[in-house]
Write a protein that binds this ligand. Structure first.
Ligand code: ZN
Length: 344
């Protein structure tokens, strides 16, 4: 369990019997809400808890849990998440394009399949745990299917619904659950953790990840690309098509996020002199920020925010990125942000 979650975990343990049978666990993205839900699930099933109340890691229940075979545990997650985990063990990593084909939504039959699990008796200590992550990746019908399980809880069953976007849950689902907010780590804690993972340039990555340590660690692989992209964005004479070609192995979500952070820094630098994400290239941010109209940058940021959802499933990823990058060039040249080709 991450050290920034330990205090919350201890207070949850003290609440013990007063805890609801369904709990929404929410935390800022990239700070480990999923890992917390798994640690808690393992502790709920552990048959020989350690002195600090965490799972012992050595009993048979823990061994089954870690190997993914505990009979009283179910993890419900989108196919895209499952494939990622499997490919890490079984073969070469999937390309961005292959990943896009997998659904990032939890399917309704995944929730319906829980029914048989919930209806048979438990195999071990009488407890049963279901982790749903990210629980916001369910459409209305799927959430309603889950609701049925939450309304008639089988004895000893605990649902842990992990998310960074609890607002996407239906009010009816939220009202059946207790909500627990996990605190984000302190900057010192995040830095210490990244150093323990032997991540290079931890300060710069942490700044780029908005202070979220797990996100920073995942950016480590992508750091070279993101730095190259920021370098291109910093150029007052950027070639949108060349940059779109450079982004071909990336996902539209990654590019939209990178553009958003870059433009956020441009606006912030322009208005307050502060740079939040690109702390290793402040002079370049300042130079471009001086040339840009804050009104146009703000307009472009609004466009990025509204296209963030579209970026998950663009009809044509290449065209989508080209359109965004043409919009970016128009913005730095002082034209309105929606002067692209009108696709947005
Ligand atoms: Zn154990």
């Amino acid at each position: 369990m991450y050290y920034w979650h330990k205090e919350t975990y201890q207070s949850l343990r003290q609440d013990g019997a007063r805890l609801a049978h369904a709990i929404v666990l929410q935390a800022p993205e990239g700070t480990g809400v999923f890992e917390f839900s798994l640690s808690w699930a393992q502790a709920l099933l552990c048959e020989s808890l350690a002195a600090d109340g965490e799972a012992c890691g050595t009993c048979s229940a823990c061994n089954w849990f870690v190997s993914g075979n505990h009979p009283d545990f179910r993890l419900v997650q989108p196919d895209s998440h499952i494939k990622e985990a499997e490919s890490a063990e079984d073969g070469p990593p999937l390309t961005a394009r292959e990943k896009e084909k997998k659904s990032d939504q939890i399917r309704i039959d995944q929730i319906r399949e829980l029914q048989s699990f919930l209806n048979v008796g438990t195999h071990r200590a009488g407890r049963r745990v279901v982790v749903v992550h990210p629980c916001d990746a369910m459409n209305t019908a799927t959430q309603n299917a889950l609701l049925k399980n939450l309304e008639e809880p089988a004895a000893g069953t605990v649902f842990l619904l992990a998310t960074s976007r609890a607002h996407r849950l239906l009010p009816t689902v939220r009202s059946r659950c207790q909500t627990v907010s996990l605190p984000p780590p302190q900057p010192g804690e995040s830095l210490r953790w990244l150093q323990e993972q032997s991540v290079e340039y931890p300060e710069a990555l942490l700044a780029m990840a908005g202070g979220a340590p797990l996100l920073a660690a995942s950016l480590a692989d992508r750091a070279a690309f993101l730095h190259q992209l920021a370098d291109q964005l910093a150029s007052p004479r950027m070639d949108a098509l060349a940059v779109a070609a450079m982004c071909q192995k990336s996902t539209p979500v990654e590019v939209v996020t990178a553009l958003y952070r870059w433009c956020y820094d441009l606006l912030s630098c322009n208005l307050t002199g502060e740079v939040r994400y690109h702390t290793v290239m402040v002079p370049k941010v300042q130079a471009l920020a001086e040339k840009c109209s804050p009104r146009l940058v703000a307009g472009y940021l609004r466009r990025l925010a509204s296209e963030r959802g579209l970026a998950e499933h663009p009809l044509n990823p290449r065209l989508f990125m080209e359109d965004l990058l043409f919009g970016y060039v128009a913005m730095i040249e002082g034209k309105p942000a929606n002067a692209g080709n009108g696709l947005s």
